[in-house]
Design a protein around this ligand. Sequence first.
Ligand code: SF4
Length: 246
Amino acid sequence: MTSALELSHLHDDATALHELYDDSDGLHHLAGHAGAALEGATPQEVLRWAFDRFGERFVVATSMAEGVLPHMAAEIRPGARVIFLDTGYHFAETLGTADAVESTVPITLLRVRPELSVPEQDAVYGKDLWARDPDLCCKMRKVQPLRKALAPYVAWASGIRRAESDGRRGIGLVEWDSTNGLVKVNPLAQWTQDDVDRYVADNGLLANPLLQDGYGSIGCAPCTLRGVGRSGRWTGTGKVECGIHA
Ligand code: SF4
């Protein structure tokens, strides 16, 4: 666990926020420094640091799997803004989970949608682009909408964890997101699936019912199969990430 002294040290030594907002080198440096200093901290300590550090310029993102991050964020900062990428391809259960979380957890849910609806995308690029060019589909339905939604912020949080895949093993609690030019906070990075399950049970959270139906990782319906962890995503394509956590 990170000591209060170490956390306050981060506040005291960092450059004033108003200067950092316009200084990506400063933010980049802050991300690396904070990631090292916060290693070992609890998810709540990491989230609290981010809310205190970035204030209104910090936003949380969720995939609407277990709803852990929205719940933690609301406990620390009631009314916290939470982004949900509504790609147009979600399972009904995922949309239902989003509705349930929004109505039971005191957050401000921001449903971010792509520029083109699915029928509009079909008309321009042909039906089922996800089957022919998943990278382009993800770019238009996830990467670009998220980048646009994150534009007002200097830092964002995601629920990714080191234990989810080999590619995520090296993520920091706080790191530099070069894709979006922002500080990225991963409060759950150190957690195992057991930790997540315990938090869901202890807090009576409304988890996505697909998690009880054999899905280990939940994304868009066409690209998600029942399976263990992220191996059920984009099966057979060699693709392992949608691009927002690259
Ligand atoms: S996960 Fe599949 S359906 Fe969803 S945006 Fe990516 S390619 Fe398209």
